[in-house]
Structures are given as C-alpha cells and as structure tokens.
Design a protein around this ligand. Structure first.
Ligand code: UDP
Length: 402
C-alpha cells in the first residue's frame, strides 16, 4: 500500500508536510465516498488512489458502491449523456426506477459518517432516504456546461439538499443553483501501476502478450467506448493520417460496469472498421489492465483524444505525465490541461482535417513530440497530481467539519 511519504521524491517535503498539517483537525473523521463502480472510468481511478492516502493522513475514509440492476444503469447512462447536453425522454417510470434503486440501497446501507461524498448522478437521490446528520457533498465529474434543461430541473430537486457541490471546471458552475459550488481539478497517481515508469523488458513483454505490433509507429486513444469519446471520429482521422504517414491506431477501451452502452458502441465500431482491423491498421483492446494502458500510452508516438465532451479527461493527464505529445479536442476539462502548441495541440472537435494535420506533424517530427511532451509532464507535476487532490479534499473537509 502506498503512503504519503512515498510521494516525497516527486512533489517534495513541503507538499507532504502541508498535507499533514491540513489533516490536524480531522483525525479519525469518518468520511464516506459513494459511487457506482469500482472499476472503469476516471472516478474509480481516482478513488482507488485517493482513499488510502486520505487514511494515511489520519482520517477514516471509506468507499461504497451503489448496487443497481441493468435497467437502473441504462437510465443513469441516459442521464449522464443528458447532463452533457443530449435529449432525454424523462418518463415517470424512469424517475421511479432511478429513485427506487437508491431507496432500496439505503435500506441495507448504514450511514453514520461525519461527511458523505456522493459521486456523479447515479447515487444522487440517496440523500432523500437518510435522516441528515452530517454534511453531504455532491461531487459531479461530468461536463455540466449545457445540461438538458428538463433533466437539470429534475435533478436539482435532490441537489439543493446538499451542503456543497464539487465540479471539475469553473465553466461548469450553475447560476441557478443556490448550493456552494467549488472547483476541484481531478488528478492522477504517479505511483499507480498505470503511471509508473516501466522497464523496457516489461513494455516489450506486454506488447507481445497483447499482440500489439511495433513495426510502425502508433497513435493511441484510451477511452471507454462511449459516444462522447468519439471512437468513430478517431478512426476517420486515423485514415486521413495514414494517407501521409504509415502508422497504426490503437483504441484502448475497457467496459465500466455502470456503462451499459459500451458493448454496443464497441460492436458497431468493430463492424464499421472491420477492414482496418483485419488489415492490422486499427487495434481495439477491451481488457481492463492498467499496465497495458501504461504500455500503450508510453509506446505511442502520439496520443489522440477525440472527445466531443469530457468532464476532465484523466486519460489526457496520464499521457502528459508520460511525456507524450497529445492532440485533443478543445472540450470540457481538456483545455485546463493542454495549451495549444505548448504541451500539445487543441482542436475543435469537428475539425478532423486539423486533427490529422497535427498528428502528422508530430509523427514526422520526433523532436517536436519530445518538446511538447516535456512541457506536458511539468504541467501535470504542477497541477494534476494526487497529492494536490488529497490537499483539496482536506480543505473541503476542514471547511465543512471544523
Ligand atoms: N481507462 C482504462 N482502460 C481503458 C479505458 C480507460 O484504464 O480501456 C482509464 C483511463 O486510463 C483513465 C480513466 O479510465 O484513468 C478514464 O478517465 P477519463 O477522465 O479520461 O474519462 P471518463 O471515463 O471518466 O469519462
């Protein structure tokens, strides 16, 4: 198990000491994080690293998962998409199933903590089913800049009972919400298996084991199979790039247990790109394997993130930390991490020619790739490491509990 002291070598003694000071008034405080999946996607990724470090500061932090049947996750995925702007048919039955799953869970889940932190929309209604004895925080990881108005109005019914809302970007702040809203940027764990520096021997072993050919340079996109991550757009862009540079595209996308659309998106994609897949030009992987993600990011000549919506985009952060040049859409949290021409390239999501042009530029110029990548690693070191996230959580808890 990693401890705070292990991060001294990366962030320095002052950062670790200031985290210890922030925890002084919080020793033994019992904090509950609750979301809807242990695995897949950025939220689970962060909680895996955050919880042990919070406990290492002297808190007593726990993590529970909301149980739901497939219908529930189908509905909450529609809500997820609609919070990012899609239309939704908000029928009484959908509302009933959404709330009912939360009520059922509350019957066998005791909450006697000092603070409750609820992640994303799936467990949002839980607050209705407890006698409130502590502050509740809604931590929303989604791009809230243009939610479907009807759904937003409905969800506000629950949100206004919370003591604070935490969002990932100033641009997601809602004027029509009376609840305190604070911005906390997500972060990556530099000591997690996904982000550590691997030996060449391990990299070679993994590429061989998972049949990823290395005779040509490849472009990697790491994303759940989700329409807002636009994997089809990534393939269209790849075809334009390949007209100029002989290369491959690797799309790495595991299936989160709370995302019922992923399999269908994967199957449609695999059907449409059958020709490229059979020719070995496009490689799709669906395995949940952190070392494989690390290897695919580390070995890529350039990283692509062709999202149409992106709450923050931890996959971008991970690539920047590995010193990779990233070509990505100017959406959601990505511009918080990427400065165009400095540590990568930013493009409008519809500008597929622009994407292809920048990818070709990086593929043809390894020194440009190296320069962008070096800046990217420093950006992450300054702003997006897990130690900063621990400090932000301690600040939040100090404000709410002391
Ligand atoms: N991820 C993974 N395997 C995959 C696809 C994604 O481990 O096949 C991880 C990725 O490395 C990152 C997280 O899932 O840590 C995705 O977070 P991001 O913020 O980019 O997007 P989200 O899925 O939360 O919308």
């Amino acid at each position: 198990m990693r401890s705070l002291a292990d991060y001294r070598q990366i962030v320095g003694d002052d950062v670790i000491h200031s985290i210890c000071l922030k925890a002084r008034n919080l020793y033994g405080k019992h904090v509950l994080h609750l979301n809807s999946t242990y695995q897949g996607g950025g939220v689970a990724e962060m909680l895996v690293s955050l919880l042990p470090l919070m406990n290492d500061t002297g808190l007593d932090a726990g993590w529970r998962i909301l149980h739901g049947h497939p219908d529930f996750f189908t509905i909450t995925k529609k809500f997820h998409n609609a919070l990012q702007g899609d239309a939704v048919n908000l029928t009484p039955i959908k509302k009933r199933l959404y709330v009912q799953a939360n009520e059922d869970f509350s019957v066998y889940t005791h909450v006697d903590h000092d603070c409750v932190i609820i992640h994303d929309p799936q467990p949002l209604p839980l607050i209705m089913f407890y006698k409130k004895r502590q502050p509740w925080v809604w931590r929303c990881h989604i791009d809230l800049s243009s939610p479907n108005a009807e759904l937003w109005e409905y969800l506000k019914h629950f949100i206004i009972r919370y003591d604070a809302v935490v969002i990932s970007n100033q641009a997601y702040r809602k004027d029509d919400l009376p609840v305190e809203q604070r911005v906390v940027y997500p972060a990556i764990d530099p000591l997690a298996p996904k982000n550590i520096k691997l030996s060449e021997k391990d990299v070679t072993k993994y590429l061989k084991k998972f049949d990823v050919p290395t005779d040509k340079p490849f472009i990697t996109q790491v994303s759940r199979f989700d329409k807002h991550k636009d994997p089809s757009g990534a393939i269209r862009i790849f075809k334009k790039v390949r007209d100029n540079v002989d290369c491959r595209l690797v799309l790495c996308g595991s299936m989160a247990t709370d995302d019922p659309e992923a399999l269908q998106i994967y199957e449609t994609l695999a059907r449409k790109a059958r020709h490229e897949i059979e020719a070995g030009d496009v490689v799709l992987t669906t395995l949940e394997n952190d070392i494989l993600v690390n290897v695919l990011q580390e070995t890529a000549a350039v990283i692509l993130q062709k999202s149409k919506k992106e709450g923050f985009g931890l996959a971008v952060t991970e690539a920047l930390w590995k010193g990779k040049a990233v070509v990505a859409s100017r959406v959601g949290g990505i511009p918080l991490q990427l400065e165009d021409g400095v540590n990568g390239f930013l493009l409008e999501p519809d500008d597929e020619d622009g994407f292809a042009d920048r990818l070709v530029k990086v593929l043809e110029d390894p020194s440009l790739a190296g320069e962008l990548g070096a800046h990217g690693r420093e950006t992450v070191r300054e702003k997006f490491l897990i130690t900063r996230l621990v400090a932000d959580h301690l600040d939040l808890l100090n404000d709410l509990l002391t």
